[in-house]
Design a protein around this ligand. Structure first.
Ligand code: FAD
Ligand code: EPU
Length: 365
């Protein structure tokens, strides 16, 4: 079947004779030189050499075959809420649009929900609230799609998806084999998984199955959740009340990408040894830190950045958010390189003052 390339500039349909593939599948519509501005929450305007959306696993495979045949590296895009685009992409961007939410199993304590990778994460959380399935209420309002949730083991307010993750299916970009990954296969860690490391760029996640709880195990110890519940006069705890509290804190603290471009926390919170922590704490008694399970200490990067006087820092249209120093922002027309410059300024200042390395959480391309 003939693949077709659409040119945005002309709007005309162009036959692309050298990319004829014999496939018994529907043909994908591939656009050329497409701006990714509408597809990333940082609001960065760069083009991708090729672009298409994949609504089904077959269409995705078809696109991967095309990429291989034409020696173009595929780039899988979800909601674009954890990427910083610093240059035009000489890649084939495939927007994952695979939808569908279904209950696939149930046992005494759990419900198993299989979700297409192209579903909105927040809509999935709302679906769970509507059906009284517990476990993801603390993760309300995280932007992006379900397929990216295992990539960095998304987390917020004391919960990470590894706690409700059951399994996923992913297509190998080269062999097209569909592979199942269990929780332990994913090697989840703080903002990490096997897909960001060992298998980087090797798999496309097509569906994720979560194991939700019939009975909630409330986790309201983090930050201001308790206060927020009191403020809302909540007398009987429910997963909806917790989600509402989380949403209200997030709305107050984090910039809305529709108003100010950003990708959430730009850096990870760095971990240091107990010794280094003790030295820093002696010098900076206000230092904010949390103990990790492995005895190391996780420092609040936002605090470190704020102490460097960089909260609200701005250079041109790129800067550090005025209410949350861990979030880098684009006030309008910043380029990815402008944001990267701010990233370097922050990293240098924190390293000089505290001797601590800040590593980006955001995927930089
Ligand atoms: P994208 O940005 O599209 O992609 C991210 C990476 O995953 C890219 O490398 C991409 O190639 C890859 N990828 C995406 N989909 C697939 C797939 N199906 N298969 C293989 N690879 C894929 N994150 C948190 O953990 N906690 C938070 O509290 C949080 N808050 C945020 C608040 C704001 C305001 C914003 C803008 C972001 C926040 N984030 C947070 C970051 C972001 O929302 C999450 O990382 C989210 O999971 C990214 O999803 P996405 O679909 O937008 O991924
Ligand atoms: N802080 C400051 N100044 C700041 C920001 C933070 O001093 O400008 C200090 C405060 O003491 C605050 C502490 O840092 O109590 C922690 O701040 P916050 O609760 O806002 O969380 P965070 O560590 O900055 C992390 C995640 C967020 C997640 C929140 C809530 C990372 C890298 N970030 O941020 O995730 O929503 O906790 O759980 O772990 C994301 O990954 O994109 C993201 C937004």
């Amino acid at each position: 079947m003939l693949f077709q390339i659409l040119s945005r500039e002309t709007g005309a349909l162009k036959a692309f004779f050298n990319v004829t593939l014999q496939l018994d599948m529907m043909s994908a519509q591939i656009e050329k030189n497409v701006s990714l501005l509408p597809y990333n929450t940082f609001g960065i305007d760069v083009n991708t050499a090729f672009f298409s959306k994949a609504d089904q696993v077959d269409a995705l495979k078809e696109s991967l075959v095309w990429a291989k045949e034409n020696s173009v590296q595929p780039f899988i895009l979800g909601g674009g809420s954890n990427v910083l685009l610093t240059k035009h992409l000489e890649r084939y961007t495939i927007r994952n649009n695979i939808r569908g939410i279904e209950k696939i199993a149930e046992d005494v304590e759990h419900i198993y929900i299989k979700c297409g990778a192209g579903e909105s994460w927040h809509q999935f959380v709302m679906y769970c609230l509507d059906h009284n399935y517990a476990g993801v209420e603390n993760l309300a309002l995280i932007p992006g799609l379900v397929g990216a949730s295992p990539m960095q083991n998304i987390g917020a307010y004391g919960v990470e998806i590894k706690e409700v993750f059951h399994e996923l299916t992913a297509v190998h970009t080269d062999s097209l084999e569909e592979v199942k990954f269990s929780n332990s296969d994913c090697a989840f860690n703080y903002r990490e998984s096997v897909f960001k490391n060992r298998y980087k760029n090797q798999f496309v996640i097509t569906d994720v199955t979560y194991r939700l709880n019939k009975t909630p195990h409330f986790n309201i110890s983090y930050g201001a959740i308790q206060q927020e519940l009191e403020k809302a006069h909540v007398t009987e705890l429910s997963i909806r009340a917790v989600a509402n509290a989380v949403m209200s804190i997030r709305t107050a603290k984090l910039p809305n990408p529709k108003q100010i471009g950003n990708a959430g926390s730009f850096f990870k919170n760095p971990s240091v040894s107990k010794d280094q922590y003790a030295q820093l704490k002696a010098q900076y008694p206000q230092l904010v830190a949390y103990e990790n399970a492995d005895q190391t200490m996780k420092l609040a990067a936002g605090w470190l950045i704020e102490q460097c006087g960089l909260k609200g820092y701005r250079k041109g249209d790129a800067g550090v958010h005025a209410l949350q120093a861990l979030v880098l922002v684009n006030y309008g027309t910043a380029s990815g390189r402008d944001v990267l410059q701010v990233c370097t300024t922050v990293q240098t200042a924190v390293a000089e003052k505290f001797g601590v390395d800040l590593r980006p959480e955001v995927n930089i391309l």
